[in-house]
Ligand binder design. Structure first.
Ligand code: CO
Length: 291
């Protein structure tokens, strides 16, 4: 990860004691991008994060890119495989000591929930103690403004596999949270229903859950259900809770109710258009004034 370090210099003319002019090079500005994800220990899912990095590098070829994972559990698991990934605070501290004056932190989270808020606190704390005018700004998660939801739902419609026949339902599996930002999920559902009555969004840990979807599938006499992760990566939740063979997985529950189930195991971060929304959020913090 990471391109060779690039630094911009400007020449400062200083005069030594003898009055002779000397040219001294002073570091002017050093910008870096820090991509922050919950993290994953699944190598398939890591591919989706690498895809985001590729898209970010294409958009900002001259800016160095670093990574941090917010999940201690994932970072500890990776440590046992000799893969060392920084926490956001570790990454920001390192970048600070390496002389980065502007850091654009991009959250690869889906909603501005608990993980995002804690990242925001870390960014605020670093800005509070910053030296030499260093500034750190945080890019919005995938869903923040109304137009993000509309844009994401346009992409969701595009990623539904072409093999899906008319009359087959699509259930997107979101994470869900007890945090008030869970409201984004029913928000996404509203936009999806404007596209098709056969598109559903349910969450593993919030509202709506799969239980809320069952009566709606029955009402519309659905026979086949596609399951697609509405998560950055197709990690543990997608592999096990969504598509696993255990009786409590969504696939098993739907099959037990008589549906034909077709799971898709690709995380949102693997799609160009989704990565593009995060890239736009990064552009805001890199190029637009703070509002
Ligand atoms: Co979870």
């Amino acid at each position: 990860m990471g391109e060779p370090l690039k630094m911009t210099f400007f020449a400062l003319i200083v005069f030594n004691l003898t009055g002779m002019a000397m040219i001294k090079e002073m570091p002017k500005e050093k910008t870096g991008i820090l991509l922050v994800s919950f993290g994953t220990s699944y190598s398939d899912a890591q591919g989706a994060l690498d895809h985001v990095e590729d898209q970010v590098r294409k958009a900002f070829p001259d800016i160095e890119i670093r990574w941090a994972f917010t999940s201690d559990m994932i970072r500890n698991k990776l440590k046992k495989q000799n893969r060392y990934i920084d926490s956001p605070a570790e990454a920001m501290a390192k970048m600070g000591s390496e002389g980065f004056t502007r850091i654009a932190v991009q959250s690869l989270h889906i909603i501005p929930g608990e993980e995002y808020e804690s990242l925001q606190k870390t960014v605020n704390a670093f800005n509070h103690i910053s030296k030499n005018g260093q500034t750190i700004r945080l890019g919005k998660p995938l869903l923040y403004r109304n137009e993000d939801i509309a844009a994401v739902c346009d992409v969701l419609e595009k990623i539904v596999p072409d093999e899906r026949a008319g009359g087959e339902a699509v259930v997107f599996m979101g994470h869900g949270t007890p945090h008030p930002s869970n409201i984004y999920y029913p928000g996404v559902q509203y936009y999806l229903w404007e596209k098709s009555a056969l598109y559903f969004l349910a969450t593993v840990e919030g509202y709506p859950g799969l239980n809320e979807i069952f009566p709606k599938l029955k009402e519309q006499q659905i026979k086949t259900v596609w399951l697609i992760p509405f998560m950055s990566v197709a990690g543990d939740h997608a592999q096990n809770d969504m598509a696993g063979d255990e009786p409590e997985s969504w696939k098993s529950q739907l099959e037990a109710a008589g549906y034909i189930v077709k799971p898709v195991l690709k995380g949102l971060a693997g799609y160009d258009e989704i990565a593009g929304i995060w890239v736009n959020h990064l552009k805001e913090v890199l190029y637009e004034p703070e509002n």
